[in-house]
Write a protein that binds this ligand. Structure first.
Ligand code: 13P
Length: 340
């Protein structure tokens, strides 16, 4: 394991108040989002969309890394430049989603397991060769009646740790993403309890399997009430609960925590990250950053709509969201930024 390289990459991913652009939607997810807006669900439409994202002028001011899907890492822009080259030319580190999606967990109705370990070391070697320097694997934990079970939490934690160990051996920094879903009517307190147990279990497995904590990035959910919970919380309350939960469960050696947005609106994801950094930034051992998918991309996608004529405006929308979240890392975001 090249410890220095891993530590160096992980630091670059969270330094200078920059964050990570998650643009690694699988075919079904990308197609579903395109279909909703009447955009054709074709290879060419996905390529054109991703070209629009990665060629956004000056994106590297606020974005340190971009997570690609296997299809995208092999694609080129219209002028023949590999997507991965466009990113590195902008100072953005290319990353790659390596899980192959979730399946039902056998014997555990309503729960999920993430697949993709078979043949993973060969795929990682190929991605490293292509220029990727970090990877992503998302595990999904569902809150519901009697779930999550210990079986689902343990199985997903073991799998995340196996993935992380393989990544580090291949020279790629693993983004470890255990996502406790926001779907449901559970309270914020229940989300806290589940997130704490999940994170403690994941870090125990990472330790057991010899993963270098200085060479990973954690990508968790924020601690929030379920989307249909009748008691929603103020941004400061979400910030307090999230930081308290992370302080209990994430080793100080981890360089950075980059949140997923998970279905929060773009503005809320910025405001909550901002609240955490205003109140806690100077007291925390790790950087608190973002690795948003929808909360960075959605306004750009809704502006683009599959039309060349909209590319510039869509890029402005992406640039704006990246700038808002960069400001949130500094605790300098405010809603006034949304109207200027
Ligand atoms: P969202 O920010 O849209 O939740 O996506 C982040 C991600 O990478 C999910 O795996």
């Amino acid at each position: 394991m090249n410890t220095n390289e891993l530590i160096g990459t992980a630091r670059l991913m969270v330094d200078d108040h920059k964050g990570i652009l998650a643009m690694d939607e699988s075919f079904p997810t990308a197609n579903k989002r395109f279909a909703k807006l009447g955009i054709p669900q074709t290879v060419e439409a996905r390529r054109a969309y991703r070209e629009m994202l990665v060629t956004t002028p000056n994106l590297g001011e606020f974005i340190s890394g971009a997570i690609l899907f296997d299809e995208t890492i092999r694609q080129k822009t219209k002028d023949g430049t590999p997507m991965i080259k466009v990113l590195t030319n902008s100072g953005i580190i290319p990353g790659i989603k390596v899980d192959t999606g979730t399946k039902d967990l056998a014997g555990h109705p309503g729960e999920k397991i993430t697949e993709g370990l078979d043949g993973l070391s060969d795929r990682l070697a190929e991605y490293y060769e292509m220029g990727a320097r970090f990877a992503k694997w998302r595990a999904v934990i569902v809150i519901g009646d009697g779930i999550p079970t210990k079986a689902a939490i343990e199985t997903n934690a073991v799998t995340l740790a196996r993935y992380a160990a393989l990544c580090q051996e291949a020279g790629l920094v693993p983004i470890v993403e255990p996502e406790v879903l926001m779907d449901g009517d559970h309270t914020m307190e229940r989300c806290f309890e589940v997130t704490e147990e999940v994170l403690r279990t994941v870090f125990n497995q990472l330790y057991l399997q010899g993963v270098l904590p200085e060479g990973i990035i954690l990508k968790p959910n924020m601690v929030v009430p379920g989307l249909s919970c009748s008691i929603q919380k103020l941004n400061n309350e979400v910030a307090d609960a999230t930081v308290k939960c992370l302080m209990r469960s994430v080793p100080a050696a981890v360089p950075g925590i980059t949140f997923l947005s998970g279905g929060q609106s773009a503005e809320l994801a910025s405001a909550r990250l901002n609240a955490m950094n205003i109140h806690f930034k100077s007291k925390l051992p790790w950087e608190l950053s973002f690795s948003y998918g929808r909360a960075l991309q959605q306004p750009a996608l809704e502006t683009w709509l599959g039309l060349d004529a909209n590319v510039q405006e869509a890029q402005k929308a992406l640039y704006h969201r990246a700038k808002c979240n960069y400001a949130a890392r500094l605790g300098e975001y405010n809603s006034g930024m949304e109207t200027t």
